[in-house]
Design a binder for this molecule. Structure first.
Ligand code: ADP
Ligand code: ZN
Length: 743
């Protein structure tokens, strides 16, 4: 019997039955930004339960929907439409439904908008496609050529193969295989659309852990065995083996037949990670991110839902996958800002990962060398277990960090704009010794501003309040906010003068130009997100660096994270002050994290590393903490500062950004919102004021900020407030609970 015969028979039986009137009803949530679940009728005899997938008519169309709960009941039976349960589909796990409700309530989004994120692979719910493959048939032809004999010998093992697969295994042409099919010596069979995911092997290449690592790994293994919620901060210097340690927890989850979710801040990091995972567990994990094809999404989504994908590595959207048996969540580089989703539903994937673990009743591990202050406070106050790895694994030691005061290090060479004399000397030594160096500047392109010397004209984006950044290789000026681009102009559009335009400030391309001037023989490459597109291309310069095909890598923050280059002994930070000046409460923390992370690339193997920080503020707390390797002192200072300011995590913040194309309307709605803010104890509302990007992608933006005490129910306050003002459809009021940046 063919695999689909059962289904055909069942369908035939269904059609044979007389229709039964529908009487059951349920609240059904559609993946749309509606206020909540709607009532639908269900066919009689259906045992509806939370998470059951249905096809629900809405207007003239049909939508995927999910049985969410009891019906609301106010609409008469005769006016309700019928939702049909999808045949042969597993349910959305109830824990995922709970999680969706929770995220919706916390972020003030309609639950349907969050459900939409959990149903990202529509194709996953369609009947599964099948592939035709061939096995040995019942007849044996009389005349058998050698080629035909080889094919039948291969088919002897009973495995189903495609025509090309069979031809390849038997080393014959596909025509020979087709001939045998016609003769009935091979017969068709159906296979699932996708090959099954193989299970990673927890014992494939387990390392010998050092005593610090063993202690931490034991605590995590026990937590996985407990099958209960617990949160752990895996806090270890770069190179201390955090990944090796949480891999032990992954291994334990695999032994317990549980699934694991590993969240990484950026897709660019996944490629290397997959390989590293395969080295430890013998096989690559499943991946989930925006770069996957529809087909690949369908495959992973289904496998996750059926418990067949054991480990998923993904970006923040993988938080909403329908795991059948989630037993462990890991958030690597937990301090990364990229975990905050800024468009659509605004949420922080790290925080929501903790919530997901709680709804799944499993442990969550947050890993970082420079934790967010929030996690650090949670760990030091005992709310999370604090697992510390104090030293690098093996003989590697932490690099020496030196501060270079660029105001004092004037040197005679006029060509030296961005590379100070001490940095050039260090580069010379490093290259002379046959070692590698990294030059870091968190700015893409050639120069962040182009200015006319004659009239002062500045090139700005017509759609955003930002400058156009020169990209010299592409001969273009581009807006990094919206992607608007123009060709690099020959004359000033203001005064029409020629040769008056000058580049102000450095980007990585300009640093590379200066580097090439001083080191004409060195092999170097630029790595930044505009020379590199998909995760595969990111790997080009980075791989070349890892393979020692180049000596110097000049890049933006994409080179700061995760990579392990044994021969890299010098890191030069071109402008350590970048990012320190934007005045929000996390500016210092972020600068520290980024510079610490970049510094951590140096000296990860036998040879000791050196880091040079070029700065104009050598006595700044961040520079001092880095030079004295006093991370905990820095965190303690930040903690006190935040506590005094009643800033997070000692107080709560929320932002409302009002935006739209009509500036007057935006300002008016923002003003009405400001006036409507209900007075409440322990809550202050600031604004409206123009947002940092008062113009972004053509939208005028005003923002309001709510500052509240720790005990305040921020969501209740915001809900009551927003209910008081009618927001027209042409204006958007985006709520950002726990904002982390203030653009
Ligand atoms: P982190 O994630 O803390 O930066 P990693 O887990 O990447 O550190 O470890 C740094 C390097 O040291 C990696 O190459 C890793 O394989 C190696 N390493 C760490 N711990 C061990 C161990 N116990 N045995 C062998 N190699 C280890
Ligand atoms: Zn723009």
């Amino acid at each position: 019997m063919l695999p689909h015969e059962d289904a055909i028979l069942n369908r035939a039986r269904l059609f044979a039955e007389t229709p039964i009137p529908a009487v059951e009803r349920a609240g059904i949530l559609l993946p749309l930004p509606l206020t909540g679940p709607y009532d639908y009728k269900l066919p009689r005899g259906i045992n509806a339960s939370r998470g059951m997938l249905v096809a629900a008519p809405i207007g003239p169309r049909e939508s995927l929907g999910v049985v969410w709960g009891a019906p609301e009941g106010s609409v008469g039976d005769n006016r309700l439409k019928i939702a049909e349960p999808l045949e042969g589909q597993p349910h959305l796990p109830a824990a995922l439904c709970d999680f969706i409700d929770w995220v919706a309530a916390y972020t003030l989004n309609p639950p349907g908008a969050i459900l939409a994120m959990a149903l990202r692979s529509r194709g996953a719910f369609e009947p599964e496609a099948r592939r035709i493959a061939y096995v040995k048939g019942d007849t044996v032809p009389k005349r058998l050529s050698d080629a035909r004999k080889r094919v039948l010998a291969v088919a002897e093992d009973g495995l189903a193969r495609s025509v090309p697969g069979m031809a390849e295994d038997a080393n014959v042409s596909p025509a020979v295989v087709r001939g045998l099919i016609q003769a009935g010596a091979l017969k068709p069979t159906e296979l699932p659309e996708f090959a099954a995911f193989r299970a990673p092997d927890p014992g494939f290449a387990a390392p010998d852990l050092n005593p610090d690592q063993s202690r931490a790994a034991q605590i995590l293994r026990d937590a996985v065995k407990d099958k209960a919620f617990s949160a752990h901060l895996l806090d270890g210097v770069t190179g201390s083996g955090k990944t090796e340690v949480y891999f032990e927890a992954v291994a334990e989850a695999l032994r317990q037949q549980k699934q694991v979710l590993i969240l990484l801040p950026e897709i660019a990091l996944t490629v290397q990670f997959l390989e590293r995972f395969a080295a430890r567990f013998g096989i690559r994990p499943a991946e989930w991110h925006s770069d996957l094809s529809q087909k690949e999404r369908r495959r992973v989504y289904r496998a996750v839902m059926r418990g067949e994908a054991h480990v998923v590595v993904g970006a923040r959207s993988s938080l909403f996958l329908p795991f059948a048996a989630l037993g462990l969540v890991i958030v690597d580089e937990e301090h990364e800002q990229a975990f905050k989703q800024q468009d659509g539903a605004i949420y922080h994937a790290r925080d929501m990962a903790v919530v997901r673990a709680r709804t799944e009743n499993c442990p969550v591990v947050l890993a970082s060398a420079t934790p967010s202050l929030e996690s650090f406070v949670n760990a030091t106050s005992g709310r999370y277990s604090h697992l510390k790895l104090a030293s690098r694994h093996g003989i590697a030691v932490l690099p020496e960090v030196r501060v270079v005061d660029v105001r004092r290090e004037k040197d005679g060479d006029d060509n030296a704009k961005w590379l100070s004399a001490p940095l050039r000397q260090a580069l010379e030594q490093t290259l002379g010794a046959g070692e590698q160096a990294l030059l870091f500047l968190n700015r893409r392109g050639y120069a962040p501003l182009t200015l006319c010397q004659a009239c002062g004209h500045k090139f700005t984006c017509p759609h955003c309040s930002s400058w156009l950044v020169e990209h010299r290789y592409k001969r273009r000026l581009a807006c990094h906010q919206c992607g608007y681009e123009i060709e690099a102009p020959a004359e000033c559009p203001g005064c029409k003068e020629q040769n008056t335009l000058i580049a102000c400030g450095p980007g990585v391309e300009r640093v590379a130009e200066e580097f090439a001037h001083f080191f004409p023989n060195a092999r170097y490459a630029i790595a930044s997100s505009d020379t590199l597109h998909g995760p595969a291309e990111t790997q080009g310069p980075i791989r070349a660096f890892a393979k020692r095909e180049i000596d110097v890598l000049i890049g933006t923050q994409i080179i700061a994270k995760g990579h392990h280059f044994p021969q890299l002994t010098l890191v030069g930070v071109i402008d350590a002050d970048l990012g320190g000046a934007d005045g929000d409460i996390r500016a210092r923390e972020r600068t520290f994290q980024l510079l610490h992370q970049v510094s951590g690339r140096a000296g990860r193997a036998e040879k000791p590393g050196l880091v040079l920080l070029q700065t104009r503020n050598p006595n700044d707390a961040v520079m001092r903490a880095l030079a004295d390797s006093d991370r905990d002192g820095f965190y303690e200072q930040e903690r006190i500062y935040r506590e005094r300011a009643a800033a997070p995590p000692f107080g709560r913040l929320a932002a409302i950004v009002v935006s739209g194309h009509d500036g007057d309307q935006v300002r008016e709605i923002a003003r009405q919102l400001g006036k409507a803010a209900p007075p409440a104890k322990d809550i202050k509302v600031w604004g409206p004021t123009p947002a940092f990007y008062a113009l972004l992608r053509g939208q005028i933006r005003e923002r309001l900020l709510v500052q509240a005490g720790k005990g305040v129910d921020m969501q209740a306050y915001l809900r009551a407030w927003l209910a008081k003002v009618k927001i027209p459809a042409s204006v958007r009021a985006a709520v950002d609970v726990d904002p982390i940046s203030f653009f």
